[in-house]
Ligand binder design. Structure first.
Ligand SMILES: C[S@@+](CC[C@H](N)C(=O)[O-])C[C@H]1O[C@@H](n2cnc3c(N)ncnc32)[C@H](O)[C@@H]1O
Length: 268
């Protein structure tokens, strides 16, 4: 679903990134009779179906709309439903590197929220890995699974409508907790992870970071505690005026990393 092969044609029901320029781009599922509006003219899906991915159609006012196969980032930015705060690409990129995951990894996640982080992780752990996603609000889980189904990644995710404190899996390779009170779930995360495995807590406020760092120290079963903040500045790439964009995202959250160790009494 997340790639196209050479010469692949757009059919009824295909997802297409209709791209005019940086601001005018939409991920749409094309169907006969459907249309997408723009200030350069309406794009009738009728004219899109049958075209090759990568080709363009000419709009009424002369501009071209390119028909591209959507990447996962296009869904994150323009395609997925959003019902909660979500983890942004700039943060999830670092998070997945810190978690050290790859194809086959088994990952704990809480909560699933709108499924944005889940989609990126599922895309990395497939085809043999799995995300075990705990979520207390069924209505959020439903939206997240709808988003995951749209990109064909739902089969790599097992969603559980449960508090993560009740985690059932063991020997997991990594964990990501993006929820308001993760310090309450520290015992559960420790129980679920393999010895040495990493966990990332995504925390919107400094207050939560302080509370979490204290909880990790009091717990005693985690080491290598590190905290990061990412800032991403996009550039305007007009050839005669390459410069940073005027506005950027000021704050999302802090990335707090730690690794599970065995308690003294558990060592062999
Ligand atoms: C900010 S959202 C997660 C967003 C998600 N990372 C994304 O990128 O779409 C936080 C979620 O954690 C869930 N949550 C809160 N406490 C929880 C708990 N104890 N166990 C599982 N999920 C929990 C909330 O219902 C909410 O959906």
């Amino acid at each position: 679903v997340l790639s196209s092969s050479a010469g692949e044609c757009i059919v009824e029901g295909s997802d297409v990134l209709i791209y005019i320029d940086r601001r005018r781009r939409w991920v749409v599922r094309v169907h006969r009779g459907g249309s997408t509006g723009s200030d350069y003219g309406v794009i009738e899906h009728e004219h899109v179906i049958g075209k090759e991915f990568g080709s363009a159609i000419r709009l009424k006012l002369g501009r071209r709309a390119f028909l591209l196969p959507p990447l996962l980032i296009d869904y994150l930015e323009r395609g997925f439903k959003r019902r909660t705060q979500v983890i942004y690409p700039k943060d999830i990129g670092l998070i997945v590197v810190l978690l050290g995951i790859g194809p086959g990894s088994r990952v704990l996640e809480a909560g699933i929220g709108s499924g944005f982080a889940t989609a990126v992780i599922a895309n990395i752990v497939r085809p043999n890995g799995k995300v075990y996603a705990y979520e207390v609000r069924p209505e959020f889980a439903e939206v997240a699974m709808e988003n995951l189904r749209r990109v064909g990644l739902d089969k790599y995710v097992e969603v559980k409508i449960k508090d993560v404190k009740e985690v059932e899996e063991q020997n997991l390779d990594a964990a990501l907790l993006d929820m308001p009170n993760p310090w309450e779930a520290l015992d559960a995360v420790h129980r679920a992870l393999k010895p040495g495995a990493p966990v990332v807590f995504f925390l919107p406020t400094v207050n939560q970071v302080i509370k979490m760092v204290e909880a990790l120290r009091n717990h005693g079963g985690f080491v290598d505690v590190r905290c990061f903040e990412t800032m991403m500045r996009e550039y305007q790439v007009v050839p005669e005026a390459v410069r940073p964009e005027s506005f950027m995202v000021g704050h999302t959250g802090y990335i707090l990393f730690a690794r599970k160790v065995l308690y003294e009494r558990e060592s062999c």
